[in-house]
Ligand binder design. Structure first.
Ligand SMILES: [Zn+2]
Length: 193
């Protein structure tokens, strides 16, 4: 009976464990927005457009901040900046790294973008000099952040973290209420916890 399962699930989520699920969701959304912030602030405005200057200390700080908040989807500020400058210079022409006009669908476009990004990052594709001025550089972090091992470890960390949160926050809340709900609550009766 699917409706019974739906009702039971809705009951569990809305009554038994809502605050805990909300805490996990809020954390998830928080990390997501921090990654958007670091991408917009550091890779886009700072690295690609040079909209402002910061000291070397803060540049290193935001390198690390980007790596931590973007995790498995970390992009090298240097490679991203070159790619984005090309995008602005060649918007919607064949040399635009991510124009929908030259890909059959969104996945093909994303794949093409990925290949161009990797080519720039690994210095396999020739890049015009005008796109390489004033780029932030931290080769070791970029190499590590773009490595398959780093991306895989982040995925393991996400799964472990949210799995542990679920076990610690959601499961006890549900079983706790269920346990107490089954106890007699008559006058003068002892309710053991
Ligand atoms: Zn831009």
């Amino acid at each position: 009976m699917p409706w019974l399962w739906s009702c039971t699930l809705a009951y569990l989520i809305s009554y038994l464990a809502l605050p805990n699920i909300m805490a996990i969701l809020l954390f998830f959304v928080g990390v997501w927005y921090l990654s958007l912030f670091s991408q917009t602030f550091f890779q886009h405005r700072y690295a690609a457009h040079g909209s402002f200057t910061i000291s070397r200390f803060w540049e290193r700080f935001f390198f690390l901040f980007s790596y931590i908040t973007q995790g498995s989807s970390y992009m090298s500020p240097r490679a991203y900046a070159i790619m984005h400058r090309m995008h602005h210079a060649y918007t919607d022409t064949e040399q635009d790294p991510h124009s929908p006009n030259f890909s059959s669908n969104i996945f093909a476009m994303m794949w093409r973008t990925r290949m161009i990004y990797l080519g720039i990052d690994r210095k396999r594709v020739p890049v015009e000099k005008r796109f390489t001025k004033n780029l932030p550089k931290w080769d070791r972090l970029d190499r590590w952040g773009n490595s398959p091992l780093s991306r895989a470890l982040w995925v393991v960390a996400y799964v472990t973290f949210f799995g542990v949160c679920y076990q610690l926050l959601v499961v006890p809340a549900a079983s706790h209420r269920h346990y107490h709900g089954g106890l007699p609550r008559g006058r003068g009766q002892l309710v053991r916890t």
